[in-house]
Design a protein. Structure first.
Length: 343
C-alpha cells in the first residue's frame, strides 16, 4: 500500500513539507487508542536472535533510524513503534538554528536518492532536553551532536562539550558529527589533529559522569584510504567506542537524474551511496582487525542491502532514505531477513 498509494501521494509535496506532513499525521494517528498496539503488531519482529550487545547496551534488533529524521527528538516515541531497535536523534547544536535557506532537500527518484543541504536545522539543546524528558528508558536513543554554524572551528570543542553535558543523562550513546557537508568548514574537523582534540575532550568529560556514555564518530564516505587509516588510528588513540559509516556524499558520479538536480549543493544519500559506504565499512573492519564496532548506514533499501553491510563488518545498521522510498515495512523486512540467516 505504501508504494502504490501513500508514497505517490506524499511525493506530490516538496520533500521537507512531505516530511512534516508524514510525521504530523503519524503523531496524530498514534494518539488514537489501539493504534500503537496495532502498529507494533504489524511491524515489530520479536526474535531473541536479533538482539545485539554493544557498547554495554542491549539492542533488541540491529536496525536503527539514522540521525536527520528526528532532528530535535520530536517524534521518537511514535516512530519507536515501527520496529526499530534504536533511534538516533539530531544533529543537536547548543543554540537553535534555522539551517540553510529553502528549498534545501531534493528527491532523485531515478536514482532513489536524496540531496539535502539542511544545515543542522534544529531547536537547540534546550528543546531536545525538553523533548527527551520522561522518555522510555527501555528503548535505546542515540544523540547526534554538532556545532553551530556561527561557531568557528577553533571553538568547536565548546559546542560538542555543551551538547554532551546537556544530553548525557537523556541519551544512551553519543555520535560526534563532523562529516556533514552542509555546514561550512565542518569537514575540516575530520583531520586527525582537530578531531583528536574534540574526541579526547569528550572522553575526559565522560569520566566525570556517574554513568559514562558510549561515544561514536560519524564519518563521510568521501574519505581517502589514507584518511581512513587516520580514522583507525584516531579510534585507537582516543579510545572512543565505535564508528558510524557513513554520512552523505558530495559525489555525483554515475547518476541518472537531470543535470539541474545534480547541480544542487548538498549531501547525497540513498542507493547511490550504498556501494561506497559498504566499501568504507569493509576497509575499516579489515584495517582495524575488527577492533571496534561499526554502525553501517547508506543506501539500505532492502534486507539484502542491510545484510551486505553486516557481512562487510557492521554490527548494526541504520536507515533513512531507504525508509522514505520503501516505507515502514522496510524495517520488518530487514529484521526478518537477518532472522532467517540465524536459522
Amino acid at each position: 500500500m505504501y508504494k502504490l498509494i501513500l508514497r505517490p501521494f506524499f511525493f506530490l509535496f516538496p520533500p521537507e513539507k512531505a516530511h512534516h506532513l508524514v510525521t504530523g499525521m503519524f503523531q496524530f494517528l498514534m494518539k488514537i487508542p489501539g493504534t500503537k498496539w496495532a502498529t507494533e503488531s504489524l511491524y515489530k519482529v520479536e526474535d531473541k536472535r536479533l538482539e545485539k550487545e554493544l557498547f554495554g547496551l542491549t539492542f533488541p534488533n540491529p536496525v536503527g533510524l539514522a540521525a536527520g529524521f528526528d532532528k530535535q527528538a520530536s517524534f521518537y516515541k511514535e516512530f519507536s513503534s515501527l520496529g526499530f531497535g534504536f533511534i538516533e536523534i539530531g544533529t543537536i547544536t547548543p543554540k537553535p538554528q534555522d539551517g540553510n535557506p529553502k528549498p534545501r532537500m531534493f528527491r532523485l527518484p531515478k536514482d532513489q536518492g536524496l540531496i539535502n543541504r539542511m544545515g543542522f536545522n534544529n531547536g537547540g539543546l534546550e528543546m531536545a532536553r525538553k523533548n527527551l524528558q520522561n522518555r522510555d528508558k527501555n528503548f535505546i536513543i542515540g544523540g547526534n551532536i554538532g556545532k553551530n554554524k556561527v561557531t568557528p572551528n577553533e571553538n568547536a570543542i565548546d559546542d560538542y562539550l555543551e551538547c554532551f553535558r546537556g544530553l548525557h543523562d537523556l541519551v544512551d550513546y553519543f555520535v560526534v558529527n563532523v562529516s556533514s557537508p552542509n555546514t561550512p568548514g565542518l569537514r575540516e574537523l575530520q583531520d586527525k589533529e582537530p578531531l583528536l582534540r574534540i574526541l579526547n575532550a569528550l572522553k575526559e568529560e565522560n569520566t566525570k559522569i556517574p554513568t559514562p556514555r558510549p561515544i561514536l564518530l560519524k564519518i563521510a564516505p568521501d574519505l581517502t584510504d589514507s584518511q581512513l587509516d587516520d580514522i583507525v588510528e584516531i579510534v585507537a588513540e582516543s579510545k572512543i567506542d565505535g564508528i558510524i559509516a557513513t554520512n552523505t556524499t558530495i559525489s555525483r558520479e554515475g547518476l541518472l537524474s537531470s543535470k539541474e538536480l545534480l547541480a544542487e549543493a548538498g549531501g547525497l544519500s540513498g542507493k547511490p551511496v550504498r556501494k561506497r559506504s559498504t566499501e568504507v565499512i569493509k576497509y575499516l573492519h579489515q584495517k582495524s582487525n575488527g577492533s571496534f564496532p561499526i554502525i553501517g548506514v547508506g543506501g539500505i533499501h532492502s534486507a539484502e542491502d542491510a545484510i551486505e553491510k553486516l557481512n562487510a563488518g557492521a554490527s548494526l545498521v541504520q536507515v533513512y532514505t531507504g525508509f522514505i522510498y520503501e516505507g515502514p515495512a522496510l524495517v520488518k523486512k530487514i529484521n526478518e531477513g537477518i532472522s532467517k540467516l540465524a536459522n
